[in-house]
Design a protein around this ligand. Structure first.
Ligand SMILES: *Cc1c(COP(=O)(O)O)cnc(C)c1O
Length: 492
């Protein structure tokens, strides 16, 4: 191993330190503030916790070196379908680190928080305008949390109506795994809806499932565009059927790029939905970083929204806690404020026309790439797509033994982050590709070039594809062993 590749503990020298701790602002060791007095003896640590000692420069180099072994959106094209890291403008970071936004606290006097409360209030209005749903709550901490909050609202709505028999939620078989998980957590029973040969909700199957659950349908959870990147063209008819059965239409709007400024869920029959600010509205995510999964609701469901709400009175904004029908608190305070400030900045920077242009370019880029890649692999549903599309490597697997995973690994050698693979579950050997609206034609062409090379290699050098990646710091992992015997901790 190269000495630079050692972990920090191996590089450690006890006499070095990369940190200079600032002087505390509070008086130290005055009798009232002495740590010794404030902390009970049994909670005090006496032994060293053994942090490694390295110099500042070495620390910087250590982490910079590590980061260069990784694939990142700041270095490579990153066409990960569905959970895509989309555009993350640097100006967002300037805004959120402004002390006026970064150093405030919800328990401060409301008079000192007027700017932040206005930001929350206005962002709710923008999302309302984009979605066509009258009321927004920014509380949920992520997409899945938005799903759960929305389902709690639906459950509470039926409970208040004395209608406790509605326990069934219909979910298409192409849905994101969080949909059925949120249902179970909320005590609903999920019933799967089949997709038809076009990749859309099978209306006959929908009718059948409605008819076999008389008085039992609480909701349909539908993703539109769905995870195949296709717009559910019969959404209004689908919504009518659900409403006719007394249920609510929930939309998973995690990835809203293709619809923004063009088509509004509230206008095509949706009662309640969630957004992912950390996907569509520009917060970097991954590695479990903070997100936000706001929900939008109709007037009918508004009374159940979580507290506190931010309301406007004349020129002033304030928190409102007294709401008799609320489902209560779903998290501390009002949610992940930094993520909201980024989404606000993003929407304000784009303006109404810019938001629509995002939608148009997302669809244009996806279709351009789809047509290029159609020459090399089969598109699961070959027609106009929205912001993403799904390829299947089924034939390649059968004829040449090259699977979706081999293609994904070889893309790493050729300098691209792989797409999402083996999702949605209904497409065998799936590769799900979302180029996003901000990529250039040259990048999309280069990506198609990499696919062409891989298809040639599938014939001329299949062994290479089975071994790939061969140029990365770590080559092909034993994936079974990585799952069964994960070695996640360094030990001396
Ligand atoms: C990402 C995603 C979710 C879940 O969002 P999280 O923020 O990861 O909880 C739900 N549905 C779809 C379609 C998604 O892409």
């Amino acid at each position: 191993m190269h000495p630079d590749d050692r972990v920090l503990f191996e590089k450690s020298r006890p006499d070095l330190s990369a940190v200079q701790t600032p002087k505390p602002a509070l008086p130290q060791n005055t009798s009232a503030h002495s740590i010794d007095q404030l902390l009970p003896t049994e909670l005090r640590r006496h032994a060293s916790i053994g942090l490694p000692g390295v110099g500042q420069l070495d620390l910087t180099r250590h982490y910079t070196r590590l980061s260069r072994k990784n694939f990142a959106i700041s270095t490579t094209f990153y066409p990960l379908g569905s959970c895509t890291m989309k555009y993350n403008p640097a100006v967002n970071e300037t805004v959120v680190t402004d002390p006026g936004l970064a150093d405030i606290h919800p328990y401060q006097n409301e008079d000192d928080l007027q700017g932040a409360l206005q930001l929350i209030f206005d962002l709710e209005r923008y999302l309302s305008e984009i979605s066509g749903l009258a009321h927004i709550s920014l509380h949920p901490a992520a997409g899945a949390h938005g799903e759960l909050t929305a389902l709690m609202i639906i459950r509470e709505h039926f409970r208040k109506q004395g209608d406790n028999e509605r326990r069934t939620v219909l979910i298409p078989d192409s849905a994101h795994g969080t949909n059925p998980a949120s249902c179970s957590l909320c005590g609903f029973k999920t019933v799967e809806l089949k997709s038809n040969s076009e990749g859309l909700v099978d209306i006959d199957d929908l009718r059948l499932k409605i008819d076999s659950n008389p008085g039992g349908i609480a909701a349909l959870m539908i993703t539109n565009p769905n995870t195949l990147g296709l717009f559910e063209r019969r959404i209004e008819e689908i919504a009518k059927l659900i409403h006719g059965a007394g249920g609510k239409v929930y939309m998973d709007g995690a990835n809203l790029n293709a619809l923004m400024g063009i088509s509004r869920p509230g206008d095509f029959g949706v009662d309640i939905m969630h957004f992912n600010l950390h996907k569509t509205f520009s917060t970097p995510h991954g590695t479990g970083g903070p997100g936000a999964g706001p929900i939008g609701v109709t007037d009918e469901l508004e009374p159940y929204l979580p507290i506190p709400r931010v309301v406007q009175e004349g020129e002033r904004y304030r928190f409102e806690e007294e709401r008799p029908h609320t489902i209560g608190r779903t998290r501390a305070y009002v949610g992940n404020f930094g993520v909201m400030a980024r989404a606000y900045t993003y929407i304000r920077a784009l303006g109404r026309d810019g938001v629509r242009r995002v939608g148009e370019n997302a669809v244009l880029n996806a279709n351009y790439l789809r047509v290029l890649l159609e020459k090399h692999l089969t598109v699961a549903h070959p027609r106009l797509c929205m912001h993403e599309f799904v390829l299947t490597a089924r034939r390649l697997a059968k004829e040449h033994g090259i699977k979706a995973t081999d293609i994904a690994k070889r893309l790493l050698d050729l300098g691209f982050h792989p797409p999402t693979i083996y999702f949605p579950l209904i497409v065998p050997e799936a590769l799900m590709i979302e180029p996003t609206e901000t990529e250039s034609k040259a990048t999309l062409d280069a990506f198609a070039g990499a696919f062409r090379q891989i298809m040639e290699e599938a014939v001329s050098n299949p062994d290479l594809l089975h071994q790939a990646p061969v140029t990365t710091p770590l080559t092909r992992l034993d994936e079974v062993r990585a799952v069964k015997q994960p070695e996640l901790r360094w030990r001396p």
